[in-house]
Ligand binder design. Structure first.
Ligand SMILES: [Ca+2]
Ligand SMILES: [Ca+2]
Length: 136
């Protein structure tokens, strides 16, 4: 499950957080574990500013045509969505048709690399992912 992606972690100088993109296709749970092995966590996008920083990373790099896991998983379809660090989701950037009905069972969250919007997705799908490391 190790990645041969050698892109460095890219730092946001204003926050000291760095963002690490991986193009290995894994389930949401594996992405969550791999980010911890990378010394961080699956990214949380908690402000417009942070969203814009990540959009710059994924759109300018032409990560078009796929999606990347980000750090939110609902343990039950009906529960309110939050970030994996426990923070409430006060900022969001859902795509126009999202989120889907809880009946559809799309409990994990991904970001579209063509426009930066978010979509809920089945956790067993396979995506690349973005880790965030704040210990720099
Ligand atoms: Ca964050
Ligand atoms: Ca969806």
């Amino acid at each position: 499950m190790s990645s041969d992606w050698t892109e460095p972690c890219i730092e946001d100088d204003t926050s000291g957080h760095c963002y690490h993109l991986f193009d290995t296709y894994v389930t949401w749970k594996n992405a969550f574990q791999l980010c911890q092995l990378d010394g961080g966590n699956l990214v949380t996008i908690e402000s417009f500013k942070e969203q814009k920083f990540i959009e710059d990373l994924i759109v300018k790099r032409k990560w078009h045509g796929n999606t990347l896991w980000i750090g939110s998983e609902k343990l039950h379809p009906e529960e309110q969505r939050a970030w994996t660090n426990g923070n409430k989701m006060s900022y969001s950037n859902w795509s126009p048709d999202s989120p889907d009905s809880p009946l559809i069972d799309e409990n994990c969250l991904e970001i579209n690399t063509d426009d930066g919007t978010w979509n809920d997705e089945k956790c067993t799908e396979q995506n690349g992912y973005i880790c965030e490391n704040s210990s720099t």
